[in-house]
Design a protein around this ligand. Structure first.
Ligand SMILES: N[C@@H](CCC(=O)N[C@@H](CS)C(=O)NCC(=O)O)C(=O)O
Ligand SMILES: [Fe+2]
Length: 391
C-alpha cells in the first residue's frame, strides 16, 4: 500500500521531503524507502519478505538505486527481505551491532551514519524492545522501529527486552529529538501512519508523564500473546532472511519453497542432491551467475551458463528466456546455481513461468555470509567438495 504520495511529488523541488511508507497487512509492519532526489540513491528500512515484489516495483517506479537495506532490530513477527534485496537490487546490508545479525556487512554503532547520495541516516541505539534495537534519524524524521509506537511502544517480554532500558531510550534519547520530528513507527495495529515527538512526549499512554517504576509496571502487566511466527522469524532474521543452509535431514531430498514462494518454482535442493541428479542424468545444471563471477570466482564443469543479470550494471539478461528454454530442451528438470541461493530463486520462478521445472540450489556457489560477513566458509557448492574450477 502506497500512502498518498506519487513518484511525481517526490521529485518536485522545494517540497518537504517525506519517506515512502509501505505497509504489510499480515504483520502490520511499516517499511520505509528514503531517497536522494538528485542521485536517486535509496535506502530501505525493515523490508518484509512477502512484500519483495512490491518493494522492487516501488524502486523501479521511482527510478531508484538501492544502496542500503537497514534493520531496526531482529524481528520476531515477520521475516526480512534484506538478504534478497542485497542480491536482487545490489543493496548493502546494515544492522544494529547488538542484534547478532551477522549477515549484515555493516554493523552499526550509536552515532554511525549511513550515506545514500547526498542524504544521511543517523543511527541511535535505543535498547528496550530488544537489547540491540536502533532508531534512525533522517532530516526531520525518526524511524523508531518497535522502540516507540504511536501511543504505545514495543513489548519488552522477550528477545533480551528490558522495560528499564526502554524507558531510558524513550525519555532520554527519542524525546530529546526536536518536538516537530515526525515519528514513523515499525508497526501500527490500528491503521495510524505517523506521529510527532511532541505528541508522543505529551500523550503516549504508556510513557508520557510516567515514572520509570510506573512504566515498568505497565510493561509487566501487558501479558501479550507470543508473536505467531517468532520461532521461525528470529533465526531467519539473524541471517537477513536468507534461506538457511540445507540441513541434514533434507540433504538428499527436495523440499518445497518457503511459504511466500509456494507454487512459484519447483523447490529447493541441496548442492549435493543437485549434483547427484546431474550425475544421474536427471537434471541439467544451470549457472545463473554473471559471466564475471564464473570467470573470476570459479565455475562448475559442464554447467550451462545462463546469466540472470550481467555485471557491472546487473541489468537483466535479455537472452535469459531463450537460453533457459534451450538448456531444458532435453526435457530434463533444471537445477539453478547462483552465488548464494537467492538470485537462483528468482531465476527459477521465471523458468517456472515459462513452463519449465526449475529447482533452486540452496547456498549457491559461495555459500552464506558468516559472522564476519564473508562467504566461502558457510555452505555452498565449493564447501561440499563438489567439482569446480578456476581459470
Ligand atoms: N500479534 C502479532 C504480534 C504483535 C507483537 O507482539 N508486536 C510486537 C512488535 S514485534 C510489539 O512490541 N507489540 C507491542 C504492543 O502490541 O503493544 C503477531 O502474532 O505477530
Ligand atoms: Fe519487533
Amino acid at each position: 500500500m502506497l500512502l498518498d504520495y506519487s513518484p511525481h511529488t517526490h521529485t518536485m523541488q522545494g517540497r518537504a521531503m517525506k519517506p515512502i511508507q509501505l505497509f504489510d497487512p499480515a504483520s502490520c509492519t511499516y517499511t520505509y524507502v528514503l531517497f536522494d532526489p538528485a542521485s536517486r540513491a535509496a535506502l530501505i528500512i525493515d523490508p518484509v519478505q512477502e512484500q519483495i515484489e512490491r518493494d522492487l516495483a516501488t524502486l523501479h517506479d521511482y527510478g531508484l538505486n538501492l544502496i542500503w537495506a537497514v534493520e531496526t532490530h531482529a524481528h520476531a513477527d515477520h521475516i526480512t527481505s534484506a538478504g534478497q534485496l542485497a542480491e536482487l537490487a545490489g543493496a548493502r546490508m546494515a544492522a544494529p551491532a547488538g542484534c547478532g545479525i551477522g549477515t549484515a556487512g555493516t554493523q552499526l554503532a550509536h552515532g554511525d551514519v549511513l550515506r545514500f547520495g547526498a542524504e544521511t541516516l543517523l543511527a541511535l541505539h535505543t535498547p528496550g524492545h530488544t537489547a540491540g534495537s536502533m532508531s534512525y534519524v533522517w532530516r526531520e524524521h525518526v524511524f523508531t522501529g518497535d522502540t516507540l509506537l504511536i501511543n504505545g511502544c514495543g513489548r519488552t517480554d522477550f528477545q533480551s527486552g528490558s522495560a528499564n532500558a526502554l524507558y531510558h531510550s524513550l525519555t532520554q534519547v527519542l524525546f530529546a529529538l526536536p518536538d516537530g520530528t515526525t515519528v514513523w513507527p515499525g508497526h501500527d495495529y490500528q491503521g495510524r501512519s505517523h506521529s510527532t515527538i511532541a505528541q508522543e512526549k505529551t500523550g503516549n499512554a504508556r510513557v508520557a508523564g510516567k515514572t520509570e517504576a510506573e512504566f515498568v509496571a505497565i510493561m509487566e502487566g501487558l501479558n501479550l500473546p507470543k508473536p505467531r511466527r517468532i520461532d521461525e522469524a528470529v533465526p531467519a532474521n539473524l541471517n537477513s532472511g536468507i534461506r538457511q543452509d540445507a540441513d541434514g535431514a533434507l540433504l538428499m531430498q527436495a523440499r518445497p519453497p518457503a511459504p511466500a514462494h509456494l507454487g512459484t518454482y519447483a523447490g529447493d535442493v541441496s548442492p549435493q542432491l543437485a549434483w547427484q541428479w546431474v550425475q544421474a542424468g536427471e537434471a541439467v545444471l544451470v549457472d545463473v551467475r554473471t559471466d564475471a563471477e564464473r570467470e573470476w570466482v570459479g565455475f562448475v564443469p559442464g554447467a550451462q551458463p545462463v546469466a540472470w543479470k550481467q555485471w557491472p550494471g546487473m541489468a537483466p539478461n535479455p537472452q535469459f528466456d531463450a537460453a533457459i528454454r534451450q538448456a531444458a530442451a532435453g526435457g530434463h528438470k533444471l537445477v539453478l546455481l547462483c552465488r548464494s541461493g537467492v538470485r537462483s530463486i528468482v531465476a527459477a520462478q521465471r523458468a517456472t513461468e515459462l513452463g519449465l521445472t526449475a529447482y533452486n540450489i540452496l547456498e549457491g556457489f559461495e555459500g552464506d555470509l558468516d559472522a564476519q560477513a564473508q562467504r566461502g566458509r558457510k555452505g555452498g557448492w565449493r564447501q561440499h567438495g563438489l567439482p569446480w574450477r578456476q581459470n
